[in-house]
Design a protein around this ligand. Structure first.
Ligand code: ATP
Ligand code: MG
Length: 141
């Protein structure tokens, strides 16, 4: 069993897509073991995306991610990190495969509907960024 962090980004939350997107996760065999609607201020968005600080889109991305509520969740399942990235699709919705979340609901490369952790170390760090251990349900229960 593996865990990954998912974020439904501000434009997708504003468009009322939480249910549709979570449904994709569940249909793909990923179990929601923690979830919350929250909001990042600019400083916390910068902390979350610290690895991208030198990228040209850093300022715009962290502005965008602090424009409104986001839906954060922990998804659990076999190969959850790769499975989630598969169903999210390519970073740029225009290049994402048919049937992926970003293809269906992403607005552009920045407002691309969802974020998903990319490796086990980043998943652990990103989960701890949003959730205490006691807020995560063990899947057996
Ligand atoms: P994520 O980390 O959000 O799951 P990813 O791993 O597919 O997506 P990264 O390269 O880690 O993509 O970029 C992180 C986020 O930065 C992207 O989800 C997107 O919102 C934004 N981003 C990436 N490339 C660009 C770009 N060229 N222009 C604007 N924003 C970008
Ligand atoms: Mg990434």
């Amino acid at each position: 069993m593996e865990r990954t962090l998912s974020i439904i980004k501000p434009e997708a939350v504003a468009r009322g897509l939480i249910g549709d997107i979570v449904s994709r996760f569940e249909h793909a065999g990923l179990k929601v073991v923690a979830a919350r609607l929250t909001r990042l201020d600019k400083q916390r968005a910068e902390a979350f995306y610290e690895v991208h600080r030198e990228r040209p889109f850093f300022n715009s991305l962290t502005d965008y991610m602090s424009t409104g509520p986001i839906f954060v969740s922990v998804l659990e399942g076999d190969g959850a990190i790769a499975r989630n990235r598969e169903i999210m699709g390519a970073t740029d919705p225009a290049k994402a495969e048919a049937g992926t979340i970003r293809k269906d609901w992403g607005t552009n490369v920045e407002a691309n509907a969802v974020h998903g952790s990319d490796a086990s170390e980043t998943a652990a760090a990103e989960i701890a960024f949003f959730f205490n251990a006691d807020e995560i349900q063990s899947s057996g229960s």
